[in-house]
Write a protein of this length. Structure first.
Length: 299
């Protein structure tokens, strides 16, 4: 099992002090193909770029490497341009599990992002999967494109805009069919989010780890999920977003994002819904599964 230095497990440390600017938000939204908000608030998933890679760092043996396994993000308050934030983090847990490639080690990290007054803006719990390096290099291949969808599977996302009263259990979201970014766009995102792993910037390095080409970072796919939910449910505010990355998505692959409302609750402080989300590629293969909890923004 992977070993970490004594005293590191559970020990919270300061990771960064971040003075958020409108230029930083614009760089992030440009990297993920989103539109900068006019009111100065960053998109919810901007918080991932503030925690600066997989930190606290764990030194891996030469014969092992780590990939992003998933996360749970709680959005407590919008992150705004002109505000200063403190980012703290810790390794919360370390455990083993069995995977398709053998025994894996899971490193669970927790990061807290708070404003200058100490008010919590976001909480991120991330899972890093550590496994053995492959002994063979994967061949270079062309991107996997899904065949043109039937008429009923068109991109309906931008035209949804349903009223809150029309959203109930069983309401389907999407589908949203789109290509993944080019290697150049992924490299720009990796720079914005301070992600150093070469499988996100070098096709040769990615193939050396067994992948077909440059890998789309998990947090970037999460940004697509958040963008999709915002397109589909404009009158709802995202409170929580969880994602699990099942198989890698490669630059240029075609993906289809879809979802369904599974719960609706009327509470004292407003209405909430829960949605199951899926990103598929390669003829229906599920690459990402997720869950979003949203609260109505209407009075």
């Amino acid at each position: 099992m992977l070993r970490i230095p004594e005293g590191l497990l559970g020990n919270e440390i300061e990771l960064a002090r971040v003075d958020v600017t409108s230029d930083m938000i614009a760089s992030y939204t440009n990297a993920v193909g989103d539109t900068p908000p006019a009111h100065g608030d960053a998109p919810p998933t901007f918080c991932i770029s503030m925690r600066r890679g997989m930190t606290p760092d764990v030194t891996l043996p030469p014969d092992m490497f780590g990939v992003y396994g998933g996360h749970d993000i709680e959005f407590h308050h919008p992150i705004r341009a002109g505000e200063s934030y403190r980012v703290t983090g810790k390794i919360a847990e370390l455990y083993e599990k069995s995977g398709r490639s053998g025994t894996l080690t899971v490193v669970v990290r927790e990061a807290l992002i708070s404003d200058r007054n100490g008010t919590l803006a976001a909480r991120i719990v991330e899972r890093q999967i550590v496994r053995q390096r492959p002994t063979t290099v994967a061949p270079a291949t062309t991107p996997r494109e899904r065949a043109e969808p039937p008429a009923e599977e068109e991109d309906r996302g931008a035209a949804i805009g349903h009223h809150v009263k029309d959203i109930d259990v069983g309401h389907e979201l999407g589908p949203w069919r789109r290509p993944t970014p080019t290697a150049e766009v992924i490299a720009r995102y990796a720079g914005t989010a301070d992600i150093a792993e070469p499988l996100f910037t070098s096709a040769a390095s990615a193939r050396g780890l067994g992948y077909r080409g440059v890998v789309v970072p998990g947090p970037m796919l999460t940004a697509f999920l958040e963008h999709f939910v915002r397109r589909e449910l404009p009158d709802w505010r995202l409170e929580r977003l969880s994602a699990t990355f099942r198989v890698p998505t490669i630059s240029g692959d075609t993906i289809i994002v879809s979802g369904v409302v599974t719960e609706r609750h009327e509470l004292a402080d407003g209405e909430r819904i829960v949605c199951d989300l899926v990103i598929e590629h390669s003829e229906g293969e599920r690459a990402v599964t997720g869950t979003a909890t949203l609260r109505t923004t209407q009075a």
